[in-house]
Write a protein that binds this ligand. Structure first.
Ligand SMILES: Cc1cc2nc3c(=O)[nH]c(=O)nc-3n(C[C@H](O)[C@H](O)[C@H](O)COP(=O)(O)OP(=O)(O)OC[C@H]3O[C@@H](n4cnc5c(N)ncnc54)[C@H](O)[C@@H]3O)c2cc1C
Length: 449
């Protein structure tokens, strides 16, 4: 297989590479069993090892990418699981519809978006992706093809949304869409002078806007600690209806031997980004791809993190602990002398997800990106885990390649419900190094009492 099947954090592949079969074979899944298990795979935009199974076989779903039907009256699309979100947008935008929830890249598959129950900049209004899923087909090695919805095979519906591919292979999905006046975004950016400034404005930004998120300069010190931009957006009354994505500005052609995203270069980038807003507040109309997917404008940008890849830490902490915990997380990164290239802060609302293991919950979510420097980065991440868990929060599994089993269990006390519904032929590296090390007393679905 010539393709590397990397994850986004670029974990080095095992000697001999990764093995994969094509998704069209997913219907034959019950006969595809292997000793080390299979794992459905989308477009590999997960940062960590939830999308890896180094000893087993990946089922590459990207070849199953047909749009099957589009109900323009009620705004419902049915598509195969391997279709990319940008392909859906192009199809629906001319008719006044958009994705109800979209992550920070549009190069993820529909199946991957369901399996990780992804969230976007409008979590406070629309909840997670899974809330918009009407039904899907799940192919299991033991039960064959199941239609799953809130009323049919409801246990599998709930376990599969946010179930990280472990309950079976999703082959097709019915998704409700969001009606919008245009895809163009009226964006208002406020300058944040410090971290407290963010906390003073976050709730109001959520109340007033469809989308709200903050970029934080994690390197600023003293009274400017936590300075940044609060970026709010709403669909403009008139604007783009094509949904077409612009070509990337450029693609990083190779992996540099040393990451340039460090030291003075990182400081200069943050300074320039902060200063590009010349007033306290600015409003403008922006194309949808620049607003939702700024990182997609540079192809293969993860190569900039150097040969050892990157580690992302995304935490969510309860609202009442937000100020202290977010400050402690950022101070911890500073104390370890590791600057995060991209630091994003957002407030999650309280709309519940139908998924059993969904990551978002009411509170503040902080995302930090670090070039992987080995032991020192791992030590920092362990500290970040500790602060998160002590604050009663959770660490995001699909951004992770190293959290300890007890951190996972504390983040997701209901993990046993997913293990009970896991397809016995499926395994991921993430699950093997977390849940399966904790696995005690789980009665598997269908097992005799
Ligand atoms: C630049 C960038 C920005 C991002 N921003 C956000 C964000 O704002 N919010 C957010 O929530 N996430 C974000 N992410 C993470 C990304 O959206 C998720 O990891 C997404 O689920 C990746 O989808 P994928 O198709 O690449 O799937 P993969 O990464 O290949 O797989 C993800 C999981 O889905 C499972 N899976 C894939 N296809 C199927 C299938 N057909 N059936 C069953 N299981 C399947 C896999 O087993 C795996 O567990 C971002 C990632 C990047 C690179």
């Amino acid at each position: 297989m010539s393709e590397a099947y990397d994850n986004w954090g670029r974990t080095p592949p095992p000697p001999g590479g990764r093995r994969a079969v094509d998704g069209p074979q997913a219907d034959a899944f019950p006969t595809l069993r292997t000793a080390n298990g299979l794992l459905p795979r989308g477009n590999g935009r997960s940062y960590g090892d939830t999308c890896l199974n180094e000893a087993g076989i990946l089922v590459d779903m990207r070849g199953r990418n047909r749009i099957l039907s589009l109900d323009l009256q009620d705004g419902v699309i049915e598509a195969e699981a391997g279709v990319l979100l940008n392909e859906i947008t192009e199809r629906i935008a001319p008719h006044g519809w958009f994705l109800p929830v979209t992550p920070g890249t549009q190069f993820v598959t529909l199946g991957g978006a369901v399996a990780n129950d992804v969230h976007g900049k409008n979590h406070h209004r629309r909840g997670t992706f899974g809330r918009w899923v009407e039904s899907f087909t799940l192919v299991r090695s033991d039960l064959g093809a199941l239609t799953c919805s809130r009323t049919e095979n409801a246990d599998f519906f709930a376990a599969t949304i946010g179930g990280m591919g472990l309950t079976g292979i999703i082959t097709r999905v019915r998704l409700r869409l969001l009606e919008v006046p245009s895809l163009t975004i009226r964006e208002t950016t406020h300058r944040l002078s410090c971290l407290d400034d963010y906390f003073a404005r976050a709730a109001e930004a959520d109340e007033g806007h469809e989308y709200a998120v903050a970029w934080i300069d994690q390197l600023a010190r003293g009274p400017r600690f936590g300075r940044g931009h609060l970026i709010c957006g709403d669909h403009a009354g008139k604007g783009d209806h094509t949904g077409r994505t612009r070509r990337p500005l450029f693609t990083v052609p190779f992996t540099p031997p040393v990451s340039p995203l460090r030291g003075l270069a990182l400081k200069a980038f943050n300074e320039a980004n902060f200063r590009k807003l010349r007033s306290e507040e600015a409003t403008r109309l922006v194309p949808f791809d620049g607003f939702f997917y700024p990182l997609d404008r540079v192809g293969a940008w993860n190569r900039l993190y150097g040969p050892h890849g990157l580690q992302q830490h995304q935490s969510v902490v309860p609202e009442q602990m937000g100020r202290q915990a977010v400050r402690a997380l950022m101070e911890c990164a500073s104390a370890h002398g590791q600057g995060s290239f991209l630091t994003v802060l957002k407030r999650f609302g309280d709309l519940p997800s139908p998924g059993v293991l969904s990551f978002p919950r009411r509170g503040y979510t902080l995302t930090l990106d670090f070039p992987n420097r080995g032991a020192s980065t791992l030590a920092l991440m362990t500290e970040l885990d500790r602060i998160t868990i002590e604050a009663g929060g959770a660490v995001n599994p699909y951004k992770d390649a190293r959290m300890a089993p007890d951190v996972f269990a504390a983040s997701f006390p209901r993990w046993r419900a997913l293990e009970a519904m896991r397809d016995p032929a499926i395994r991921s590296d993430f699950w093997s190094r977390t849940a399966l090390r904790l696995d005690v007393g789980v009665r598997r679905f269908g097992a005799a009492a």
